[in-house]
Design a protein around this ligand. Sequence first.
Ligand code: COA
Length: 564
Amino acid sequence: MRILLVASAYNSLAQRCHTELLDRGHEVSVELALTPQTLVEAAWLFRPDLVVAPMLTAAIPQALWSRVPCLIVHPGPKGDRGPSSLDWAITTGARRWGVTVLQANEVFDAGDIWAWAPFVVAEYDKSSLYRHEVTEAAVEALLLAVARMASGHLTPEPLDYDRHDVIGEPRPALRQPDRRIDWAHEPTEDVLRKLRAATSQPGVLDTIDGEEFFLYGGIAEDTLRGPAGSLLAMRDTAVCRATADGAVWITHVKPRTRPDDSRPFKVPATVGLALHLSGVPQVAAPQGLPDPRRTYREIHYWEHHQVGYLEFDFPNGAMSTRQCRRLLAAYRYALSRHTRVIVLGGRRDFFANGIHLHVIEDAPDAQAESWENINAMNDLVAAILTTTSHLVISAVQGNAAAGGLMLALAADEVWCRSGAVLNPHYRLMGLSGSEYWTYTLPRRVGEHTAEALTSRCLPVNARQAHALGLADQVVPGDPATFRTHVTALAEQLAHSADLPGRLEDKTRRHRGQSLERTLERHRARELDQMREDFASATYQDRRSRFVRRIRPETTPAHLALHRT
Ligand code: COA
């Protein structure tokens, strides 16, 4: 079918749906839902058989839905309506939720139902649920709906609140007064729900020492305690705050205003709350084998059966200079251990998204901070590329982009979770990129494909990544199942008879290629270009718009095939 994919933002869900539809042989073009007129124009230009909208915050205009069938992906079970579906699911403590695919008509969210898929609401924040449970259910329901529509002999089911499986209901938008936290009286579980329902948008508006912030996060803390509402501790980039009966971690804040009057944007909690943290202690993270304790930590190293697991969970996958340096120190520690295999990767959300654009934007000298950050990233990648003592595996459990994906490619093997979406390019940020990608990417996929991937700027799903050579294995399942598989595979590898031979080969190859000199050349060439990129108005403008979530004025040309 010719499918016009319409989305308010080309976000991870839109990207995943796009790649899955292409995989099934459909011809797909993308239009951002910027104005009703441009949507109608796009349909006129592309002449689609079908419009699909995986992520839409505005109504489809009648001029479009009355001419072409439009399938809307709604993140709620049958009968659920309104703009705050997931917020309500978390706020009301729903255990089961779902994604419904309905056909647009004159009443918002009330069209005929083509398909739906249920999911269990796990204890994570809204954006994490969205990237995992919602995305999997949405892809399942959307593909089913498209297949049903393509078959031509199935009809959708009208919304009927008398049916037993219509469990949703219309709900209003959740507003800031509903989200307010009463720190003195509310118990941890209520505070967690409020923070999670508002992360990553719109945050919970709150006042700390007279200054207004939007708060984001919602990770429980089992041990730290103190007077309700007080800031108890810092760890990595997060701040721990006491509730009436416990404590929670806040990972990001957005000040309501900025001193330079520019539009505010999110920064790590320790950065945004810096002026309010005097006397607040830094507390170390518990280390050792994974335990059921609930707390916050960005880096965690543990060992089992000759495998070292270096887990990193940087919020939003962004890696600031300090985070890169901390991870490098942890990597060096992992190298010093008598293990044979090192597994790199996080527990759930992003694998990595490259240098920390929000921290850079907030720095007094953004150009200098960009430079520090990319060099810290490169030092980390170089350490992985030059490792001969261990076999290194990147276990890509979540989405990865730009330098964060190139970081994964530095390992000997890349194992990718089947639901991950990879963006192997930098250009949309006005950067040519570093992290030794000019060495690692062509080594894996060949010069021609490397050029295509970095210039076309399109996402690839795990299956496509495997076909291209970006990933060595695709491991199915949700993040928890993925970890179980990865652990079994890594332990098998650590005890395989050919491991010593593989390590010797690696040492010989590195010596033969005089790898360090080769890498130095790649780094120098990449950084020469990056120095210019960092000074460019394009990068500064794109970075500023990205962190402030400013939408583009038109659909980018690489997505809108119908406009080229
Ligand atoms: N630095 C800082 N924050 C980043 C980031 C980065 N490199 N990459 C992503 N984020 C943040 C976003 O600001 C967003 O924050 P919020 O949801 O808390 O407001 C969050 O991560 C999710 O990003 P979003 O763009 O909404 O997710 P997505 O899944 O729709 O898209 C990407 C994922 C990776 C395609 C997109 O985030 C992106 O292009 N990131 C920039 C990659 C990059 O250019 N890195 C620098 C060069 S190495």
